[in-house]
Design a protein around this ligand. Structure first.
Ligand code: ATP
Ligand code: MG
Length: 403
């Protein structure tokens, strides 16, 4: 089989393959980029595999960086471009279900493709677009099937993360998982307990963001992989509710986690501790927390100025978008307008400072000051007072005198 129109990314990388070949070695495009090109999807990174050993690659190209030389990966720099080239390798004896004890460089393409996870990821391609298909990956691509290379049980024992990868490819590509592969996931799902949370989180997040969430989530629950994911043990049924949301692809990682948290009915302080279990970054956790607060508000109310101020425009727009999943109408333009119409957009814009208030009220600093500033801020945001120093000081005095 030959790929007729070769995407630009491969054409640009052709020089690398040609140069390696000119030195008497083999070199091919491999993995996800070949799969995506055949599916006519956009390509991210072009991976190159070669029979040349890392030291040989470093002799061929003048500018290289050792990015993962123990795994056989060298980065080649040509002009402004960089290309990852990995030596054909086999991985032997996985004693801990996640990392090979030993990586052995080999000269055979077949040996290299054999250690890859799924047949659709085990395709290689020449510069001319000729596809080398040693494990029937083309047929699986055509049939929309995720199938382990060789014996699924063995493959998942070598690296249990592959089970999560299979589920996420089902969602991303809208494929089904081949029967024996699915049965093996079902039988050995508990091996996921050996895999680091961070690696599981990457795959789970990609699963949620996929084109057909349901195609990944249903087998994720059926095979009980969810039992080995942080904080999900009691949520089998709730995860099925997530699968049943209207099927529009989720756009951002934060939106995916927010929908998950909302559907699982995790609330208050538990939101943070749940997301912490997944070891997400603090920044992502903060955004998700805001999204959940916003969603809880917006599903029961119109936007209130104060909530909008607290969340900021980007989060408010995301929340508005998420209404779609609950049968709501997303009025993005209204949100833009309402946000633009807020009297101020940041606390620092308040026309009085703490010092102004202390000077004018002549009371010892204390907790009252922070509370007063919050009250004034709310009054400005809600349009009860204009954001002018004099008006705010008057209001401050009124409030203090009332106490
Ligand atoms: P993506 O589009 O998410 O990058 P990908 O298939 O390119 O998908 P990568 O993680 O970039 O995934 O890996 C590149 C290739 O390396 C895969 O296509 C597959 O052939 C192989 N691979 C990656 N991870 C594994 C694994 N855990 N077990 C076996 N092979 C793997
Ligand atoms: Mg990739």
């Amino acid at each position: 089989m030959k790929l007729e129109s070769i995407p630009e990314e491969f054409i640009r990388a052709e020089v690398v393959l040609k140069e390696i070949q000119a030195h008497g070695f083999e070199a091919y495009f491999v993995g996800g980029s070949v799969r995506d090109a055949l599916l006519e999807k956009p390509i991210h990174d072009v991976d190159i595999a070669t029979s040349a050993y890392p030291e040989e690659i470093k002799k061929i190209f003048s500018r290289t960086i050792d990015v993962g030389i123990e795994h056989g990966t060298v980065l080649i720099l040509i002009g402004d471009e960089q290309y990852e080239v990995t030596t054909f390798r086999t991985e032997s004896t996985y004693q801990d279900f996640r990392r090979p004890d030993e990586v052995t460089f080999v000269r055979s393409l077949k040996e290299d493709l054999k250690r890859r996870d799924f047949t659709i990821n085990a395709l290689a391609m020449t510069c001319d677009g000729e596809v080398i298909d040693l494990f029937d990956g083309m047929n699986d691509l055509k049939m929309n099937v995720i199938c382990a290379v060789g014996n699924a049980k063995e493959r998942f024992h070598e690296d249990a993360l592959r089970m999560m990868r299979g589920l996420r490819f089902a969602s991303q590509l809208d494929f089904t998982i081949e029967e024996k592969t699915l049965t093996a996931i079902q039988d050995f799902h508990s091996l996921l307990g050996k895999i680091s949370v961070e690696r599981i989180a990457i795959e789970f997040s990609k699963l949620l963001l996929g084109k057909n969430r349901k195609a990944g989530l249903l087998p994720f629950v059926e095979t009980e992989c969810y039992l080995y994911c942080p904080g999900l043990q009691t949520y089998g049924t709730a995860l099925l509710r997530l699968a049943d949301l209207p099927d529009r692809q989720i756009e951002h990682e934060s939106e995916a986690w927010a929908l998950l948290v909302y559907i699982l009915e995790i609330e208050g302080d538990s939101v943070r501790s749940f997301l912490k279990k997944w070891k997400l970054s603090n920044q992502l956790i903060q955004t998700v927390q805001k999204l959940v607060v916003g969603l809880q508000h917006r599903l029961n109310n119109q936007w209130q100025a104060e909530v909008m101020f607290q969340l900021g425009l980007d989060v408010a727009l995301s929340v508005e978008k998420l209404l779609f999943y609950f049968g709501g109408n997303s009025k993005l333009e209204d949100v833009q307008k309402q946000y633009a119409a807020l009297p101020i957009h940041d606390k620092s814009e308040l026309a009085v400072s703490g010092n102004d208030l202390l000077r004018s009220i002549q009371k010892k600093p204390g907790r009252w000051l922070g509370d007063l500033i919050e009250e004034l801020l709310a009054a400005v945001i809600n349009g009860q007072v204009s954001n002018e120093k004099e008006a705010l000081l008057d209001m401050a005095h009124e409030k203090i005198n009332k106490e």
